[in-house]
Design a protein around this ligand. Structure first.
Ligand code: CUA
Length: 657
């Protein structure tokens, strides 16, 4: 069984029954009739696309791609003056990132439908997406971090979003210009506690824990009895800095780091820790001003765990652990070693007893190592090859993805018996069960995110889409229902019942509450104002015209700001804005919103602009002209809509001097 499964993973050969009908009732189970809603929203990380996509489950219909860390010309994200600050970092504006993991906000360990948090793996950042607008509301850079892969992980009441560094590096406040060979001495790891304000959701780096220079991977917070703790998988306990595939895979066991975060918070609140200089950007988008602001922070509190010995403990975990998942009861912690041939399940109560009894096996870089057997609930024997991630249903079962043997395996958390296995096509990374990492899993569907697609879809050249695979987990046996392609390269995903948020979705922004400094609330207020070589165009959009639509008096080299306000107050009536030759993307302006398009006036001539979003029967008519004159010209600023032609100019057709 395993060897044939391994072949599948390794070669992508077509396994028996691949592509066969999945059962006569599968089609009916994923069919959502036209006009009907899906049962779940599924938020899927975009990997190297940097964005988050939203699918309906069970239909697999793509509902939305939310721009987060990458510019998105479709929506003007990162191109409008208002959204440019969202991508600001201490390195300047970064137009792209690699988005791996998502965490829905929770109250009492249950998904509450307020926000979803997303990590940026490359330039360390965490984003908060508002689930009423489906927009990125905030992006916070994380200092003293390199490769914010182990992120974001939310605590039970969304007190903190917890993030860990993938790469250990010299701290920002220490000299960075050191020999790479001095890794063991100079490279450190950190775990950051990002506080989340209860009402606004605003994030801040509250404090960081300074740790040995391992690579931190994935984490989950405790719940119920393990409330106040979280568990982080760590690899490269060898502290290697080259040829990691060999040098970081030497030890039979790496570690799961158990962190008493309540204790750490206590020390922080008591004023412990050291304030260190740091530089990290904090970007917030306001739905009132429809504008983002970026501020640079310059300090962070760091607690060296060596000085606080009762915060962290190590639990040995075979081998090169990746996923680290806590079951809905909060008692069991599942470690998934990428190179392990079994799945260890640890017991929180045993961990506590081992700590109380000091059942330690020495220390790792000063951190007590709990004896493996003392922390262990048991091992799942021969589960498959290359376990990666585990989620849970509401009946005491766990579901683990196996990258190498290309399957999902269902097993019982208490007795550790394997119940069922189902092949995936091919090589799954993460999986997602709605609520599957919370106290309250919904347990109806499982979606596996496969890294290799091979023969699942029509060929599209050298690159094939990654694939999501929907599996029915309502019965004893898992049943494959459908495949659908995904955006970017999905890693983790989270889902919630549509009921929780669908009626809270914002339909319009109220025009009379628009506090944008350049808003134009009615067509009569439209104007064009010159301030030196800057020109501000206060324009409106409503079906099916711009006001103004004829603009003159712009001179070559002028810095022109088109502040366009969408006057519509109806759901689903955005207007777009684009100018011929502009080195920018379009703007896509929502009802009641103002967005700004910056344009350096090019060589003299006539430049059409138009609405890009098919908004009405006369959408094609929604357009206008801008005249650009030579630098020294004395053409006055003029703007109009529906003005009759000047009969003389019309007759002569000559350029105004
Ligand atoms: Cu407005 Cu098309």
């Amino acid at each position: 069984m395993l060897s044939s499964a391994l072949l599948i993973g390794a070669s992508g050969c077509k396994p028996k029954n691949a592509g066969d009908a999945t059962g006569s009732d599968a089609a009916a189970k994923v069919y959502v009739p036209p006009g009907k809603y899906d049962e779940f929203y599924n938020f899927v990380s975009g990997g190297f696309s940097g964005q988050v996509s939203v699918y309906g489950v069970p239909s697999g219909r793509l509902l939305r791609v939310i721009p987060v860390f990458s510019v998105d010309p479709e929506k003007g994200w990162g191109y409008s003056e208002e959204t440019k600050p969202m991508l600001n970092t201490s390195h300047g504006s970064v137009p792209w990132d690699d988005q791996h993991h998502l965490a829905l906000s929770q109250t009492d360990g249950v998904i509450d439908g307020r926000w979803i948090f997303a990590n940026a793996n490359n330039t360390p950042r965490v984003a908060r997406i508002d689930l009423t607008t489906f927009r990125t509301a905030e992006i916070l850079e994380i200092p003293n971090t390199a490769g914010n892969h182990s992120s974001p992980f939310i605590t039970e009441n969304s007190e903190y979003v917890i993030t860990g560094t993938r790469f250990s590096v010299p701290m920002d406040y220490e000299p960075g210009d050191v020999p790479i060979e001095s890794y063991k001495k100079n490279f450190k790891g950190t775990i950051s506690f990002v506080s989340v304000a209860p009402e606004s959701g605003e994030m801040n780096v509250a404090f960081q824990l300074l740790l040995p220079g391992m690579n931190f991977d994935l984490s989950h917070t405790g719940k119920g009895p393990s409330s106040g703790w979280f568990f982080f998988s760590c690899y490269n306990s060898e502290l290697a800095h080259t040829l990691l595939e060999v040098n970081a895979s030497k030890r039979d066991k790496d570690y799961i780091l158990a962190v008493n975060w309540k204790k750490a918070e206590e020390y922080f609140k008591a004023g412990k820790g050291t304030k260190r200089p740091a530089k990290y950007a904090h970007n917030i988008y306001s739905d009132e001003t429809h504008t983002a602001t970026s501020t640079m922070n310059n300090e962070v509190t760091v607690l060296d765990v060596k000085d606080f010995p009762d915060i962290v403990y190590m639990i040995p975990c075979p081998k090169s652990p990746h996923g680290c998942d806590v079951d809905p009861t909060g008692e069991y912690i599942v470690g998934s070693g990428k190179l392990a041939a079994l799945i260890p399940v640890f017991s929180f109560s045993k961990i506590q007893k081992a700590i109380a009894d000091k059942t330690f096996d020495g220390d790792y870089e000063g951190i007590p190592v709990i004896k493996y057997e003392a922390a262990l609930h048991g091992e799942v024997a021969k589960p498959g090859l290359g376990p990666l991630h585990t989620e849970f249903d509401d009946k005491g079962n766990a579901y683990t993805t196996f990258f190498i043997s290309s399957e999902v395996v269902k097993w019982n958390v208490k007795n550790l018996n394997i119940i069922d296995r189902i092949p995936t096509y091919y090589s799954p990374g993460h999986l997602s069960i709605p609520g599957g990492d919370t106290k309250k899993p919904y347990g109806k569907y499982l979606i596996a995110y496969n890294k290799i697609t091979k023969d699942r879809y029509l060929p599209t050249g050298p690159e094939l889409s990654q694939s999501a695979q929907l599996i029915d987990i309502s019965g004893e046996k898992m049943k494959l229902l459908a495949d659908y392609p995904s955006i970017g390269e999905p890693h983790y995903a989270q889902s919630l019942p549509a009921e929780l948020i669908k009626d809270k979705s914002v339909k319009i922004f109220k025009l009379d509450e628009n506090k944008h400094p350049y808003v134009t609330k009615g067509e009569k207020e439209s104007k064009v104002v010159r301030e030196g070589n800057k020109v501000h165009v206060y324009a409106t959009m409503i079906r099916s015209h711009f006001n103004p639509d004829n603009i003159e008096g712009i001179k070559e080299g002028d810095e022109v700001y088109f502040h366009v306000t969408n006057l519509e107050q109806d759901w689903d009536v955005p207007h777009g804005f684009a100018i011929k030759g502009a080195i920018n993307a379009e703007l896509l302006v929502m009802p009641g919103e103002t967005s700004t398009f910056k344009w350096i006036a090019p060589k003299p001539g006539i430049y059409p602009f138009y609405c890009t979003d098919f908004c009405s029967a006369l959408h094609q008519e929604m357009s206008g002209y801008i005249r650009v004159s030579a630098k020294g010209s004395n053409v006055p600023i003029a703007f109009s809509l529906g003005k009759n032609s000047d009969p003389e100019a019309a007759a002569e057709g000559t350029p105004t001097p």
